[in-house]
Design a protein. Structure first.
Length: 137
């Protein structure tokens, strides 16, 4: 049921706001499985294929906001499978005012022990995710 719902979702969502074209994707504008790491050269190649002014993505689970040419690239991070150095979930607040984009990346703590136990008792989730919830940095 959940898998069917997810497979039926669109690959991207576009909208306009205050004269800017926003594009929401999981991976990149080209593919849901393409990683958009915070690397200007990589992002220049990926974003050249879209007319969007702002691209909001995930997939890398690493939160950031960078400007690539005239485009803003925003990654909200992750909820439940962090890769930014601690177990906190991250999300982003995006403010657009007069064509200017301001972001605030926020972290939220949660009961990691409860999540670890839920992973251990679920046969469909691999235990290697536990290591991501408890990084040894």
């Amino acid at each position: 049921m959940n898998r069917c719902f997810l497979e039926a979702l669109p690959g991207d969502i576009g909208m306009s706001f205050e004269g800017l074209k926003l594009l929401f994707v999981h991976g990149s504008p080209r593919s849901t499985s393409e990683y958009m790491f915070e690397d200007i050269k990589l992002l220049e190649g990926i974003t050249s294929s879209t007319s969007a002014d702002v691209i909001i993505s995930g997939h890398t689970h690493l939160p950031y906001h960078v400007k690539v040419g005239s485009k803003d690239i925003i990654n909200a991070g992750s909820v439940g499978k962090p890769k930014h150095g601690n177990a906190n979930s991250t999300y982003v607040i995006i403010e657009i005012l007069n064509g200017m984009i301001k972001t605030e990346i926020l972290e939220v703590s949660y009961d990691v022990d409860q999540m670890v136990e839920a992973i251990r008792t679920n046969p469909f989730i691999h235990d290697n995710i536990i290591q991501q919830l408890r990084p040894k940095f």
